[in-house]
Write a protein that binds this ligand. Structure first.
Ligand code: FCB
Length: 467
């Protein structure tokens, strides 16, 4: 048995996001978000649901803080719903929205849990989308104002801010592939949206810096390592292409102040750009985007294997076998987290790294005694923790980890059927029900250590974390 202890002070947390858990859609003066609108379009949400009520965290947040306390968490990564603060997109901020987050933050601090907020987890005010959304440079201006308002209100209590969550998803899934709000399918528009997302990150950092000069600033990028199916040049090129499109397009501007040239050439070849000049790039943008960061948040779920097919197309190899996949059809590949951490450290050298999301969707039933045994989630977490341990031993400055997610929640276009939570949420009563993984995680947090034993022994007592 290998037991890996984490450094003293390693921050263990859990993550959620506003649109996915809050509900309270029509309360406290909240405005419409692009996801509220998207969910009204038939066929966009797989199970036909919306997030008007979600986990009802808007009312149940004190109970959720109690759950976090029972897990012994040191930090909570949540997000702020922009439409709660600026229901009309600009103008005067909504006091009720500010009060909501202020109460949450104060209660977290009272509970000894570090609030770790993210300003943008994809819930753009619909009014800003009506004016062009992220394809418009003005949206970045509005984001800067929103960041300044939040820092002014909470800056004395928040030690670490993150601006965006996974701009790749917001731009590509939202504007290029159409799976996410606002549901556009325009690759050129998506590149423009990506740029304005990144630009708004830089401007927001500057704005927060003015309001709260001691705060640490970061952004959250998803990183999916790409491996070639074979050592052929064509497969190597397919992996390079994916890495450029998915990872480097976002990491390079923020951490190096440049867009990757090979990925620009790929976009020109695909007809998404007319030439290597980026039409949306203005003087000073890259300087703003690469405002020095205090930490980088990295979300890791899985890897991709790439090949070039007979028709010369770069495609992902279908992952398998089925038992290696989660309910998202994402391959369980803990080694990829190790590779991710090593790569981010080597290529980008951020001062500190946090794993801001990592977790697995499995739908495990409740037994007659009310217990939800989720051994596959426990195995997933354990193996990823062991990868983190190895990376730390290798000198990667990994400072903390946030499990995705505290609760089963609204998984975007999939609705409520993909369950990532350490806790289930009863569909009618909204009661939080701990899964075995919750007690297992609590034990890891309290020991600040993980062991590679195949069947964790101490999680039988799942009642212990029930309220
Ligand atoms: C990430 C998102 C998060 C959740 C997980 C499963 O891409 O940031 O909100 O949907 O995937």
């Amino acid at each position: 048995m290998t037991r890996h202890s984490f450094p003293q002070g390693f921050l263990w947390g859990a993550a959620t996001s506003s649109q996915q858990i809050e509900g309270g859609r029509f309360e406290g003066g909240r405005g419409e978000s692009i996801w509220d609108r998207f969910a009204t379009i038939p066929g966009k949400i797989e199970d036909g649901s919306n997030s008007d009520l979600a986990c009802d965290h808007y009312h149940r947040w004190p109970e959720d803080i109690e759950i976090m306390k029972s897990l012994g968490l040191g930090a909570y990564r949540f997000s702020i719903a922009w439409p709660r603060i600026f229901p009309g997109g600009s103008g005067k901020p909504n006091e009720a929205g500010l009060d909501f987050y202020e109460s949450l933050v104060d209660a977290l601090l009272e509970a000894g849990i570090r609030p770790f907020p993210t300003l943008y987890p994809w819930d753009l005010p619909q009014v800003l989308q009506d004016r062009g959304g992220w394809a418009e440079r003005d949206t970045a201006e509005r984001f800067k104002d929103y960041a300044a308002v939040m820092a002014r209100r909470l800056g004395d209590r928040i030690a670490q801010w993150t601006t965006h969550n996974e701009p790749w998803c917001a731009a590509t899934l939202g504007y290029e592939e159409g799976h996410h709000a606002p549901g556009h399918k325009d690759p050129s528009e998506a590149l423009c949206a990506a740029h304005h997302l990144l630009l708004s990150h830089g401007w927001a950092c500057q704005a927060i810096g003015i309001e709260a000069s001691r705060a640490e600033l970061g952004i959250v990028h998803i990183h999916t390592p790409a491996y070639p199916e074979s050592t052929s040049q064509a497969d190597e090129d397919a992996a390079r292409w994916f890495d450029g499109f998915f990872n480097r397009w976002y990491f390079d501007p923020v951490l190096r102040g440049v867009y990757p040239e090979d990925a620009i050439a790929d976009r020109v070849a695909a007809g998404h750009l007319e030439g290597p000049e980026l039409p949306f790039l203005k003087d000073g943008d890259l300087e703003a985007i690469s405002t020095p960061l205090d930490f980088l948040g990295v979300n890791y779920y899985s890897r991709v294997i790439m090949k070039t097919d007979e028709d010369g197309r770069r495609v992902a190899v279908k992952p398998g076998p089925p038992e290696s996949l989660t309910d998202m059809d994402w391959e369980v590949y803990p080694e990829g987290l190790y590779d991710t951490l090593r790569r981010v450290h080597k290529d980008y050298a951020p001062k500190k790294i946090y794993i801001t999301e990592n977790g697995a969707a499995y739908d495990d039933p409740m037994d007659a005694e009310g217990r939800i045994a989720d051994p596959r989630r426990i195995a997933y977490l354990r193996d990823h923790f062991l990868s983190m341990g190895r990376a730390i031993e290798d000198g990667v400055p990994l400072k903390g980890y946030f499990a995705w997610s505290l609760l089963d929640n609204f998984e975007w276009g999939y609705g409520f059927k993909k369950r990532f939570g350490l806790y289930a949420v009863d569909e009618s009563s909204r009661q939080r029900i701990p899964k075995d993984s919750a007690a297992w995680y609590r034990d890891v947090v309290s020991a600040n250590a993980v062991s590679d034993e195949p069947t964790p022994t101490s999680h039988g007592d799942s009642r212990a974390v029930e309220l």
